[in-house]
Design a protein around this ligand. Structure first.
Ligand code: TYD
Ligand code: MG
Length: 455
């Protein structure tokens, strides 16, 4: 063993550190994930961020001067919204997502927009060659000379180049390929990723450079290897979506400079990612007409209402245990709502197979779509078509009551904007609600009233 280095075992799934090998990780309960890594104890202690010239004595809140964080528009409104109003200089943003979802494309487009504004950008790629990046860049458009490319995985080299070039924004694609010479384990292992992130953190906080990091995602959907990475950065964004559908959703998971509820919607085209300004219209395109088991519901994603189509197929089960699936929403929630229907409305749901789907492949877990799921299930069960200009929202409780949800006014306004004429909503939400022109608002207090409202 090299001098000054200690062997430590790391769980490759969650980053749990142990002095000896274990079969099962006590942190995440995964089996066979421990790998021995040599760590230079001295250097790893030093590389935690320590801002220069900072007061060493405790301060009162009143004595701390607050500077407004400087934000730069990324040129993509959807991204700016998720970031909380633009790119904060000196921040560190982690972009995670499945392979091929478009992380490199998104960041290359951000680079282009920033370079167009005259911001100097350095794109460091450890995955693709300069030619490959150029081919992709040609699809996106023409780049100004403020954008520079560098293919390298060695952190020492990268640090040197950054100190020479002095870019304002650095993109690292991807953190799993970066190699820190003081850590002897292979690139992509927990200690490599952690040390590399810490090194970029120093660059970000020390020199006020904004760093975007691409992180790969494992089968389970978390950033590969280390959850530790998520703790270190300022902002974590996940890029998700069905690989086979063309739209992509950018979701904030952690944000030190804004809310984490916001989402950005993009569409993958032949010439890069395009922002989708009106996601509701996009989600509802292709909705079948005159089909039973389909209803439009409204879910809030952050400050933005999104209309979605909920589909249900309920049919007689041939087996003792009925089959049920839920795509795009919580499976247990669907089971619970079916039990509520069985008990409160005497519908024989327990003898039926049921399949529930949120059309478009989007995932929605807000309780406000409960009423939509209930109406879709009943519509399919009774084979009755719900009027296509009807929209609904509301949370359904265990005794079949329809409970209040937040921001009813925004939801109703979005429905009116898209030409819906009837809205079924919780009765308590009617209070103080302005009725948009041409919209009929039906307040209901339980599921039976909601079914009666359908006529
Ligand atoms: P990429 O950004 O390489 O994904 P990641 O970095 O997340 O692995 O993008 C991948 C996919 O997007 C790839 O399969 C090709 C497709 N694509 C387009 O459809 N249009 C485009 O203009 C570009 C650049 C890529
Ligand atoms: Mg990539």
């Amino acid at each position: 063993m090299a001098k000054g280095k200690t062997a430590v075992y790391f769980c490759q799934s969650c980053g749990y550190e142990s002095a000896k090998w274990m079969g099962q990780c006590p942190g995440c309960r995964e089996w066979n994930t421990f790998v021995e890594e040599l760590v230079d104890k001295k250097s790893s202690g030093k590389s935690t961020t320590k801002m220069s010239g900072e007061q060493r004595r405790p301060q009162t809140l009143a004595s701390i001067e607050v500077k407004d964080e400087q934000r730069t528009a990324s040129g993509m409104e959807e991204l700016d919204r998720v970031l909380g109003g633009g790119i904060v200089s000196g921040s560190m943003v982690l972009v995670g997502g499945d392979p091929g979802i478009g992380k490199s494309t998104l960041l290359l487009q951000v680079c282009k927009n920033l370079a167009d504004q005259g911001v100097s950008v350095l794109y460091i790629s450890g995955e693709e060659s300069l030619q490959q990046i150029k081919l992709r860049a040609q699809r996106i458009g023409t780049f100004t000379d403020h954008m520079k490319l560098f293919c390298e995985t060695d952190l020492d080299e990268i640090r040197q180049i950054i100190s020479i070039e002095k870019p304002k924004v650095v993109v690292v694609d991807s953190i799993q390929t970066m190699y820190h010479s003081q850590v002897s384990s292979a690139p992509g292992s927990v200690s490599q990723v952690r040390e590399s992130t810490a090194a970029f953190m120093q660059i970000a906080k020390g020199d006020g450079v904004t760093v975007f990091i691409v992180g790969h995602v494992t089968k389970e959907g978390v950033v590969a290897g280390p959850r530790v990475l998520e703790h270190m950065v300022d902002t974590v964004l996940y890029f998700e979506g069905d690989r086979y559908a063309s739209y992509r959703i950018l979701r904030g998971v952690k944000n030190r400079f804004g809310s984490t509820n916001e989402i950005g919607v993009f569409e993958m085209r032949g010439d890069g990612l395009r922002e989708v300004e009106n996601p509701s219209e996009y989600m509802l395109s292709g909705k079948p007409e005159q089909a039973s088991g389909s209803v439009v519901a409204c879910s809030m994603e952050g400050s933005r209402p999104i209309l979605i189509e909920i589909q249900a197929l309920v049919c007689h089960s041939n087996f003792g245990i009925p089959r049920r699936t839920a795509a795009g929403t919580d499976f247990n929630r669907v089971n619970l709502l079916m039990a509520v229907l069985e008990k409160r409305l005497n519908l024989k749901m327990s003898e039926c197979d049921a399949y529930v789907n949120i059309a478009g492949g989007i995932r929605m877990n807000e309780p406000a779509i409960d009423l939509g799921i209930v109406l879709a299930l009943v519509s399919s069960f009774k084979n009755r078509v719900i009027d296509e200009k009807t929209i609904c929202f509301g949370e359904v409780g265990l005794s079949g009551e329809v409970r209040a949800v937040s921001m009813p006014a925004q939801r109703v306004a979005e429905a009116a904007k898209l030409g819906f004429t009837t809205c079924i909503l919780p009765k308590v939400c009617l209070e103080g609600l302005q009725k948009p022109k041409g919209m009929q608002l039906i307040g209901v207090s339980n599921v039976r009233e909601a079914l009666d409202a359908l006529g």
